[in-house]
Design a protein around this ligand. Structure first.
Ligand code: IPE
Ligand code: IPE
Ligand code: MG
Length: 240
């Protein structure tokens, strides 16, 4: 394996990495391809990065796949993305099974096409007992939407219950805070990704377009994360 892979400290791997997989459209445009060509290539990158994350022992990998705002795109692009997702879930299941990757959906299932919901639910169910990495697919996900839905659920469950811990009502209550958030494609924004879970995340913004992103880029990002000092509001070296 590569030098960068070997340089990663296995005792300090980020437990939860979130990735904003951006730049597919621009990658395609640069090659005079339709934007959908970039999405197709982006799926190959996703497969590589899922393997790379599992190989170093990441516990949770959250991939921002389709946002609550992405419905603003043309009907053609949206339906292509939904089809790609469905095909990916089906074709990758054998890999998830082999690697014991558990798949979890993050976001609002209602609002997604019925065949996509079926595919998500079937892979969630069939991978339920896998004890390897948790692959969290954020599909029809917006952090504000998740927070809003959590608040509604919390008020329903605990009327007047201001003592409630909102985290218990999130889509995946066990999803830990994000340690590292990577965004490809050059933009330096969160675009409604993991607003709550990113409270103390470290960030890596790279100009590389998602279809060009490699395992080595991913490992370089993890290696850089391992050099940072996270203080969580405290002071280095001081005990509580
Ligand atoms: C990210 O790539 C994939 C999705 C949002 C589904 P984009 O499609 O946003 O690519 P750019 O940003 O237009 O290049
Ligand atoms: C964020 O990318 C959403 C996903 C990667 C799924 P966008 O391309 O939708 O974000 P903006 O519009 O540039 O903020
Ligand atoms: Mg984009």
């Amino acid at each position: 394996m590569s030098e960068i892979f070997d340089s990663i400290d296995r005792t300090a791997v980020p437990a939860h990495i979130g990735i904003i997989m951006d730049g597919n459209g621009r990658w395609a445009q640069k090659r005079n391809l339709p934007r959908t060509g970039g999405h197709k290539e982006g799926v190959n990158t996703a497969r590589e990065i899922i393997k790379a994350a599992a190989a170093i022992g990441v516990r949770y990998l959250t991939l921002y796949t389709f946002s609550t705002e992405n419905w603003k795109r043309t009907a053609e692009e949206v339906s292509f993305l939904m089809g790609l997702l469905k095909a990916h879930l089906r074709s990758e299941f054998e890999f998830y099974k082999k690697e014991r990757v558990r798949v979890l959906h993050l976001g609002d299932k209602t609002g997604l096409p019925a065949d996509v919901i079926r595919e998500i639910e079937s892979v969630e169910k069939e991978s339920r007992d896998f004890k390897g990495m948790n692959l969290v697919l954020a599909i029809n996900y917006g952090a504000r939407d998740e927070i809003q839905r959590a608040v509604h659920r919390m008020c329903g469950a605990e009327p007047g219950g201001e003592k409630g811990d909102i985290g218990r009502f999130f889509d995946i209550p066990s999803l830990p805070d994000a340690d590292l958030i990577i965004r490809t494609g050059g933009e330096k924004r969160l675009s409604n990704f993991l607003l709550w879970h990113a409270a103390y995340a470290e960030f890596d913004f790279t100009d590389i377009l998602w279809p060009d992103y490699t395992k080595e880029d991913f490992y370089a990002s993890v290696a850089d994360f391992q050099k940072r000092h996270r203080r969580f509001g405290g002071i280095d070296g001081e005990k509580k």
